[in-house]
Ligand binder design. Structure first.
Ligand SMILES: CC(C)(COP(=O)(O)OP(=O)(O)OC[C@H]1O[C@@H](n2cnc3c(N)ncnc32)[C@H](O)[C@@H]1OP(=O)(O)O)[C@@H](O)C(=O)NCCC(=O)NCCS
Length: 228
């Protein structure tokens, strides 16, 4: 187990998780880091064609951390899996350097056909809690995937995508004071999809218009038929 791997991974957690108080805490208490350690051993076995021991190690890692990483998955440096529980990383998934995943992220497949069927994630990508990235697609470097998004098509480098199915959104002027790592944006007004929010807004306006028409109709001398 490379000392370098541990050192830079722990540093990445400290940089990207404001709750990470010390290197010792990260080493002892961060399941994302533990899952990576299990994966490194399982992946080495997989590459040596020791498929059953590799699967057993991956299974142990999953049992202990709640994070399921197929031993064949290729993972770059300084991956941070924050919280971790429920993360699934499929067999042919590829992850670049400095990627951040939150809990319940799935890098999954949508086809039973053999070959590459899981996503490729570029460097510096952030994937929010609960997001599902599905199929042999690419999420370009520096892109961000909103929490609970379902991504079915490739994402351009630097883009931010949200919703189901995921669509690209414009960034509002920065409201997060942290300039380097700003994964913690939250959806406005509690509605998780921009399209649903627009529909909700139209519904509210329609209700207000109906109330206004009813009010006008009730005025003395108003012709009911004309108002309708
Ligand atoms: C996607 C994300 C990175 C965007 O952050 P941002 O660049 O600051 O984006 P903004 O807040 O300016 O939002 C841009 C638009 O997308 C919408 N949006 C943002 N996140 C969304 C989400 N997860 N789902 C649906 N819509 C979302 C916003 O409401 C806004 O829409 P509008 O322009 O119609 O008002 C962020 O919202 C996010 O989901 N981060 C993941 C956080 C997370 O998983 N944290 C777990 C911590 S335990």
């Amino acid at each position: 187990m490379g000392f370098m791997f541990l050192r830079e991974s722990i540093k990445a957690y400290q940089e990207r998780d404001p709750a990470a108080r010390s290197a010792v805490t990260v080493f002892l208490c961060y399941p994302g880091l533990h899952a990576l350690i299990w994966h490194r051993m399982a992946h080495a076995m997989w590459r040596a064609h020791l498929y059953l021991p590799a699967r057993l190690f991956a299974h142990m890692g999953r049992f202990l951390t709640g994070i399921e990483i197929h031993p064949a998955a290729r993972i770059g440096r300084r991956l941070v899996i924050d919280h971790g529980m429920g993360v699934v990383i499929g067999e042919t998934a590829e992850i670049g350097d400095d990627v951040t995943l939150y809990h319940q992220v799935t890098l999954g497949g949508i086809s039973l056909a053999p070959g590459k069927r899981h996503p490729t994630i570029g460097n510096n990508v952030i994937i929010g809690a609960g997001a599902k990235v599905l199929g042999n697609i690419t999420v370009g470097a520096d892109a961000r995937v909103g929490s609970n998004a379902v991504v079915l098509e490739s994402v351009l480098p630097g883009a931010t995508v949200v919703g189901i199915p995921a669509r690209s959104v414009e960034r509002k002027p920065a409201h997060d004071p942290h300039p380097l790592f700003d994964a913690y944006g939250t959806p406005a007004e509690g509605v998780a999809d921009p399209l649903l929010r627009d529909i909700e807004q139209m519904r509210r306006e329609l209700t207000a218009l109906e109330a206004r028409v009813a009010q006008l109709s009730a005025w003395p001398g108003t012709n009911q038929a004309a108002a309708e």
